[in-house]
Design a protein around this ligand. Structure first.
Ligand SMILES: Cc1cc2nc3c(=O)[nH]c(=O)nc-3n(C[C@H](O)[C@H](O)[C@H](O)COP(=O)(O)O)c2cc1C
Length: 312
């Protein structure tokens, strides 16, 4: 059974971005579900004695889902046994377009392999009683694979489908084709999470209304504005939401930093990128981002951010 979600808006898995610090922040700001960065099943086996350091998480971010990738069935089963006690859900990645990954017969390459995909879902289903979701794109070159994969997922007991309706070829270009989310919602009975191009609370409401999807998932929009979850929750409830001041945004960067410093997997480069993301849209943010580029240490980043904050 799926966990009880307190919001219709979820944080998307984002490699190098949706680490435990950002997830905690988004959770505090109203995200209904947060998902880890994608994790290689082979790396889980290799680091099984050290897993809680490798894929860091906090009880405060619950419900939290771990996203896995990799198609070797034996390894997948073992990896699930290792991670499942720590997470509320398991998400399976069938969307990543990166050639280094797809050439390992993983992620979006599987959109072309319905038989293997069925075996993967069967293996996952047997390995755990925890709810499982799958995150898909619409196809490789054309938007023609998603229906097949979605039906297999439903038949094999996957509990939720997260749909980013762009092809692999599109990458992140063009627009996500929300019409396909509506078609998916009509095709399957399990919950559908719509994903792609939500930047504002108005976008979230429009996707829910236009497609009938059960939940929405936000990636890039949350990377620069984690407040989007509170804004969406307020907007869906009252029709209004508050704009966030630059000062508040930067204050939350320091909160992110406080969390990040507790976790060893979050590196200065991740913190620097998040400092840059939080400064988007702030007056003087462009200069700040230029100053942040050469920084190497957390101390340097912190000092620049403190000076910037005082000047706001
Ligand atoms: C920096 C970055 C990293 C990403 N990493 C992952 C990942 O690890 N797993 C995944 O399923 N999708 C990943 N994605 C895709 C997002 O989850 C999401 O599907 C995509 O960005 C579209 O949603 P958006 O328009 O709200 O950003 C990533 C996207 C970005 C921008």
């Amino acid at each position: 059974m799926l966990p009880k979600f307190t919001s219709k808006a979820f944080l998307a898995p984002m490699s190098g971005v949706s680490n435990v610090a950002l997830r905690l922040l988004c959770k505090e700001l109203g995200a209904g579900l947060v998902v880890t960065e994608f994790v290689n099943i082979h790396a889980i086996i290799a680091k099984k004695d050290d897993i809680t350091k490798f894929v860091e998480f906090s009880p405060k971010e619950k419900p939290v889902s771990i996203q896995l990738f990799g198609s070797d069935l034996k390894t997948l089963k073992e990896a699930i046994k290792i991670v499942e006690p720590h997470f509320d859900m398991i998400d399976y990645n069938m969307g990543c377009p990166s050639p280094q990954i797809t050439e390992q017969m993983a992620c979006s390459a599987l959109l072309q392999k319905p038989e293997l995909t069925r075996k993967i879902f069967q293996t996952m289903r047997k390995a755990t009683n925890k709810p499982i979701s799958v995150k898909i794109r619409s196809g490789v070159n054309k938007p023609n694979r998603w229906k097949i994969i979605a039906k297999i997922a439903e038949e094999e007991g996957i509990e939720m489908i997260i749909f980013h309706p762009r092809t692999v070829k599109q990458g992140y270009s063009g627009k996500a084709d929300w019409k396909l989310i509506k078609e998916l919602k009509q095709l399957v009975k399990i919950p559908v999470v719509g994903n792609g191009d939500i930047k504002t609370p108005e976008d979230a409401q429009r996707m829910l209304q236009e497609t009938g999807c059960d939940y929405v998932m936000i990636g890039r929009g949350a990377m620069t504005n984690p407040f989007i979850f509170k804004q969406i929750n307020d907007y869906l409830k009252t029709g209004k939401y508050k704009e966030i001041s630059a000062k508040t945004k930067i204050k939350y960067f320091f909160k992110y930093l406080k969390y990040a410093e507790k976790y060893q997997s979050i590196r200065p480069a991740n913190i620097r990128m998040q400092a840059m993301n939080f400064s988007k849209g702030c007056r003087g943010g462009k200069k700040l981002r230029g100053d942040l580029i050469p920084t190497k240490t957390v101390k340097e980043i912190k000092e620049l951010m403190e000076t910037f904050y005082r000047g706001l």
